[in-house]
Design a binder for this molecule. Structure first.
Ligand SMILES: Nc1nc2c(c(=O)[nH]1)N[C@H]1C(S)=C(S)[C@@H](COP(=O)(O)OP(=O)(O)OC[C@H]3O[C@@H](n4cnc5c(=O)[nH]c(N)nc54)[C@H](O)[C@@H]3O)O[C@H]1N2
Ligand SMILES: Nc1nc2c(c(=O)[nH]1)N[C@H]1C(S)=C(S)[C@@H](COP(=O)(O)OP(=O)(O)OC[C@H]3O[C@@H](n4cnc5c(=O)[nH]c(N)nc54)[C@H](O)[C@@H]3O)O[C@H]1N2
Ligand SMILES: [Mo]
Length: 798
C-alpha cells in the first residue's frame, strides 16, 4: 500500500467520533462497576461499532501488550486489511481457572487509539532549537544512525565507556526483547556502559525484606489464599494496579466471604470494591500503626508464643543475638523500656490519625484470625521511610505466626518464589564494573567524582567520568517520572554536561523534548515479542506483530542494528537474526531450559497456542523452613526470622533501626517544614495509564481527568471549592490543576495520580499536573532508593 493511501486510512481511523464516544461510555461503565459481570463486559464489546472500513470479516489475533502496566492481559486484535479495527479481550470460555489470565481493562481497550493517533511520531528527528525547547527537524534514518554511531564513538574515545548511560525505560519491560536491552548488548560489545541498580518500583522493599527472612520473595501463589478469612491490603490497590491476576482471586475470595481491610490514606478503587473496612492514616506513619498493633497484641497476649520461640529472633530478651545490650528487643521497644514511651494505641493515634479503638480492633482481628494475610503494595515503600514500613509488616506477620502457612502471608516485598519466566537474550558481559543507584544519575552528570560509596556507588571507589550520553528507549524518566523534574530539566538543558541524548518513543513525551535525536518506535502491535507476566501471574503470551508499521516507524532493534553496522559489530550484534527470528530463537532456547516441562512450546507451536501457562502446585512461601527448620533454616545469619537484625544494628543508623519501628520521616507530618508546607502529597498509579504511557490517549483522558484530591476540611480552610483551579507548590516547583474535593482522602493529605505529562509555561509553572515537579531526589538510607511519595506542599486557589 502506498504511504498516501495508508495515511488516508489511518486518518480515517483517527477520526471516528462514534467509536470514541462509545468507548468512553463503555469504559466509564466498566470503571464505575467494581464487580461488573463478565457477560456485561462481553455485551459492551458487541455494542462497540467497528471502524469505518469495508465490512469484511476481521482476523482476530490473540496477543498482549509489553507494557509495564501491572497486568499481562489476553487481548484480541481484530485486523482487517492490515489495520487493527478493534480490540477486544479473552472470551469467558478461554479462562483457565488454574492459571487465569486477566481480561483487558480500560487501558487495554485503549490500545487501538494509542497506536492510531495523529500525534504519533512518524519520522526520525534532530533537535534544532535549544535543548528542551522542543524544536526538531525531520532527518533520514541513515543520518540518524550515523549521528548515533559517530557521537557514541567520539564520546567514548574522550570519556570512556562509563560515560554511557541508559535511564529508566520501563515501557517495554513487560516483554523479553526491548531496545533498552539490545542497546546494552551493543554497548557491551563496544566497551560497556555505566549501569544502575535499584528498581524505582520496588527497590526499597526488595532490599530490606531479606533482613527479616534472608530472601526478598515472601509471596505465595494466590490459589493458596482461597480459604483465608482475613486479608489486610496495606497500601495495595490491585483494582487499578492489577499485579498479575490478583483481582481474579480477590473477587472470588470476597464472594466466598473473605473479609478485606484496606489501610490507605485514600479510599482507593480497591477499597471501594473490596473493603469491609477502610483505615485511612497519614502517609509515612504506617510504622506507628504497626507498633501500636504489636503493642496491643503482646499486651493482650495474642502473639503466637510457640511460633516465636521456635522460629523468631529478637522478640524479647530471651531471644536476642549475642553481643547486643539489654532492652533492644521488640518487647522492650513496645513497652518503652529505653525511651520511656509505651507504644499504645493512644500514642499512635496522635501520629497516624487512626482512632485508638480502631487500632485495637485491627490488632485483635489480625492476631486472632488464623490464618490472616497482611499484603503490602509498593506505595508504602516508595517513601523516604519505605524500608521501615516494608520491614515493619514482616514483624507483624512473624509475631502472629503468619509465615510458612497456607492461607497466611509473610508480608514484605511479596514476589512469589516459584514463578517462572521466559528469558530474554544473552547480552554479554558489561566490562564496566562500577554501578550507581538510579538516584545517583543526576550527580553523575553534574560531577561524577562526587558520587561516593556512601551514596550508593558500588564496584569502585570513585567514578572517573561524568555521564556524557543518555539513551532513553521507551522511558519518560529524563524528566517526567524522575523526582524533582525542574532540577533534572535544568541539568539536561546544559548541553556541555550530557552531550548526546537519544530518545525513542511513540510520542513527543516531555522527556523526548530533551533529546538531541527523537526516534519513532513501533508499538507492540507492530513488532514481535513475548509478554512475560507481571506480579502474581505465571505464564507468557506471544505478542505478535499484527500490523506493519506506518510512516518511517521502526523498532529499536532495527535501527540499533544499523548503528551496530556503522560501529563495525553488526554480525556480533544481530547474530544474523531478524526480530522475528530472535523471538523464535528465544522461545526455542527457553524450551531447552525448561526440559522438565514437555508441554513447553516450540516457537511454531506457540504461533498456534499463543500462550504457555506454568501450572504448578500451590506454593506457600517459607513452607519448608517452618515444616523442617533443622534442614531448612531461614537464610539469615541466625537461621531464624530476624525481627531484630544484628546486621542493621551494627550499621548504627537511626533511620535503619535493627527492629523496624516508627521514626518520623523527613518531609513527613512531624517535620518542621510543615509550618511552611502543611500538606502531605501522595501519588498513585491510576486506571487510565501505565505510569505516563498512554497519557496522550484522548479516550483515556476522558476516563479520568488529572485533578488534585483534597479533603473538604482542607479545602474549606483554603476557600477551595470542587473544580476550582488550584496551585500546588513547594520550594521545588508549582503545578496547577483542578481540585476534586472529596472525603476519599484523609485530611492533611492531597493526592495526584502519577504519570501526567509535565507542561511548564514560560514561568516554569506546570499545567499538566505532573507531581514530580514537587517531589524530591532524597535517597532512602539502606537501598539508596527513591522516595517519590514523600513530599510536603501547600495549596492555594489559583
Ligand atoms: N493502572 C496502573 N497500574 C499499574 C501502573 C500504572 O501506572 N497504572 N504501574 C505499574 C508499576 S510500574 C508498578 S511499580 C506498580 C506499583 O504498584 P504500587 O506501588 O502498589 O501502586 P501505588 O499506586 O504507587 O501505591 C499503592 C497504594 O499505596 C497507597 N499509599 C501511598 N503511600 C502510602 C502510605 O504511606 N501508607 C499506606 N498505607 N498507603 C500508601 C496509595 O494511596 C495507593 O493506593 O503498579 C503497576 N500497575
Ligand atoms: N510521582 C511518582 N513518580 C513515579 C512513580 C510514582 O509512583 N509517583 N512511579 C515510578 C515507577 S514505579 C516507575 S516504573 C517509573 C516509570 O517511568 P518510565 O519508565 O519513564 O515509564 P513511563 O512513564 O511509562 O514512560 C514510558 C515512555 O515510553 C513510551 N512508550 C510506550 N510504549 C513504547 C514502545 O513500545 N516503544 C518506545 N520506544 N516507547 C514506548 C511512552 O510513550 C512513554 O513516554 O515512574 C516512577 N515515577
Ligand atoms: Mo514501577
Amino acid at each position: 500500500m502506498s504511504i498516501k493511501k495508508q495515511e488516508k486510512r489511518l486518518a480515517n481511523q483517527e477520526g471516528m467520533p462514534l467509536t470514541r464516544r462509545h468507548f468512553v461510555q463503555a469504559s466509564a461503565a466498566l470503571v464505575s462497576m467494581p464487580f461488573f459481570a463478565q457477560n456485561a463486559q462481553a455485551n459492551l464489546d458487541k455494542s462497540l461499532p467497528i471502524a469505518n472500513i469495508d465490512e469484511k470479516p476481521a482476523t482476530v489475533v490473540a496477543t498482549c501488550s509489553t507494557f509495564d502496566c501491572g497486568g499481562k492481559c489476553d487481548i484480541r486484535a481484530h485486523v482487517k486489511e492490515g489495520i487493527v479495527t478493534r480490540i477486544t479481550t479473552r472470551p469467558d470460555a478461554d479462562l483457565d481457572e488454574q492459571m487465569p489470565i486477566m481480561r483487558a481493562c480500560v487501558r487495554g481497550r485503549g490500545y487501538r487509539k494509542f497506536t492510531y493517533h495523529a500525534d504519533r511520531l512518524k519520522y526520525p528527528m534532530k533537535r534544532v532549537g535549544k535543548r528542551g525547547e522542543g524544536k526538531f527537524e525531520r532527518i533520514s534514518w541513515d543520518e540518524a544512525t550515523s549521528l548515533i554511531a559517530e557521537n557514541v564513538t567520539r564520546l567514548t574515545q574522550q570519556h570512556g565507556a562509563a560515560s554511557r548511560f541508559l535511564t529508566v525505560n520501563t515501557a517495554v519491560t513487560g516483554g523479553i526483547f526491548s531496545g533498552d536491552t539490545m542497546m546494552k548488548k551493543l554497548f557491551n560489545l563496544t566497551g560497556g556502559y555505566l549501569p544502575y541498580y535499584h528498581s524505582v518500583s520496588l527497590g526499597n522493599t526488595a532490599k530490606v525484606t531479606p533482613y527479616t527472612y534472608g530472601v526478598s520473595k515472601t509471596g505465595s501463589s494466590l490459589d493458596t489464599l482461597a480459604d483465608t478469612p482475613l486479608v489486610i491490603l496495606w497500601g495495595h490497590n490491585p483494582n487499578e494496579t492489577i499485579f498479575g491476576h490478583t483481582n481474579h482471586y480477590f473477587q472470588k475470595m470476597k464472594n466466598n466471604g473473605t473479609k478485606f481491610i484496606v489501610v490507605d490514606p485514600r479510599y482507593s478503587d480497591t477499597a471501594q470494591s473490596l473493603a469491609d473496612q477502610w483505615i485511612p492514616l497519614l502517609p509515612t506513619t504506617d510504622n506507628a500503626l504497626m507498633d501500636a498493633m504489636m503493642y496491643v497484641i503482646v499486651t493482650e497476649n495474642l502473639h503466637d508464643k510457640a511460633f516465636i520461640d521456635k522460629y523468631v529472633l529478637g522478640f524479647d530478651e530471651d531471644h536476642m543475638p549475642e553481643g547486643v545490650p539489654a532492652n533492644e528487643s521488640l518487647m522492650a521497644y513496645l513497652l518503652g523500656k529505653k525511651d520511656g514511651i509505651a507504644k499504645t494505641p493512644e500514642w499512635a493515634t496522635k501520629i497516624t490519625r487512626v482512632p485508638a479503638n480502631t487500632i485495637r480492633q485491627l490488632a485483635r482481628e489480625y492476631a486472632m484470625t488464623k490464618p490472616a494475610a497482611l499484603i503490602q503494595g509498593w506505595g508504602p515503600q516508595r517513601h523516604i521511610c519505605g524500608e521501615r514500613t516494608a520491614r515493619g509488616s514482616t514483624l507483624l506477620a512473624a509475631i502472629t505466626g503468619n509465615v510458612g502457612k497456607k492461607g497466611a502471608w509473610a508480608a514484605g516485598y511479596g514476589g512469589i518464589g516459584n514463578r517462572q519466566s521466559i528469558r530474554g537474550p544473552n547480552i554479554g558481559k558489561n566490562p564496566v564494573t562500577a554501578q550507581i543507584s538510579i538516584m545517583n544519575w543526576m550527580q553523575a552528570v553534574e560531577d561524577a567524582s562526587k558520587v561516593t560509596p556512601e551514596d550508593g556507588l558500588i564496584g569502585v571507589d570513585k567514578l572517573d567520568s561524568n555521564i556524557k550520553m543518555i539513551f532513553s528507549l521507551a522511558g519518560n524518566y529524563l524528566v517526567n517520572q524522575n523526582p524533582d523534574v525542574n532540577a533534572a530539566a535544568k541539568l539536561l538543558e546544559d548541553e556541555s554536561k550530557v552531550e548526546f541524548i537519544v530518545v525513542s518513543d511513540l510520542y513527543m513525551s516531555p522527556s523526548a523534548k530533551y533529546a538531541d535525536l527523537v526516534l519513532p518506535e513501533t508499538s507492540f502491535l507492530e513488532r514481535w515479542n513475548i509478554g512475560n507476566t507481571w506480579g502474581t501471574g505465571n505464564y507468557f503470551l506471544l505478542s505478535e506483530k499484527v500490523v506493519e508499521p506506518a510512516f518511517e516507524r521502526r523498532s529499536d532493534y532495527e535501527w540499533i542494528s544499523d548503528v551496530a553496522e556503522k560501529m563495525g559489530v553488526k554480525e556480533a550484534f544481530t547474530e544474523g537474526r531478524t526480530e522475528k527470528e530472535w523471538i523464535a530463537y528465544l522461545v526455542n532456547t527457553n524450551k531447552e531450559r525448561f526440559k522438565d516441562r514437555p508441554d513447553f512450546p516450540t516457537f511454531d507451536e506457540l504461533l498456534k497456542t499463543r500462550r504457555y501457562l506454568f501450572k504448578d502446585a500451590p506454593f506457600v512461601a517459607f513452607e519448608e523452613n517452618i515444616r523442617d527448620p533443622e534442614n531448612h533454616p531461614f537464610p539469615t545469619p541466625s537461621g531464624k526470622i530476624e525481627i531484630f537484625s544484628k546486621r542493621l544494628y551494627d550499621m548504627n543508623n537511626v533511620d535503619i533501626p535493627a527492629l523496624s519501628h516508627y521514626v518520623p520521616a523527613i518531609e513527613g507530618p512531624e517535620d518542621k517544614l510543615t509550618e511552611k508546607y502543611p500538606l502531605q502529597m501522595l501519588t498513585w498509579k491510576g486506571k487510565n495509564r501505565a505510569n505516563s504511557t498512554q497519557y496522550a490517549n484522548p479516550w483515556l483522558q476522558e476516563v479520568q481527568r488529572q485533578e488534585m484530591w483534597i479533603n473538604p476540611i482542607d479545602a474549606q480552610n483554603r476557600g477551595i471549592k470542587n473544580g476550582d483551579m488550584v496551585r500546588i507548590y513547594n520550594d521545588r516547583g508549582i503545578t496547577q490543576i483542578p481540585a476534586l474535593v472529596t472525603e476519599r482522602i484523609i485530611p492533611g493529605v492531597v493526592g495526584l495520580q502519577a504519570g501526567a505529562w509535565w507542561s511548564p509555561d514560560k514561568d516554569g509553572v506546570d499545567h499538566g499536573g505532573c507531581p514530580n515537579v514537587l517531589t524530591s531526589t532524597r535517597m532512602t538510607p539502606l537501598a539508596h532508593g527513591n522516595s517519590h511519595l514523600t513530599v510536603l506542599v501547600e495549596v492555594t486557589k489559583a
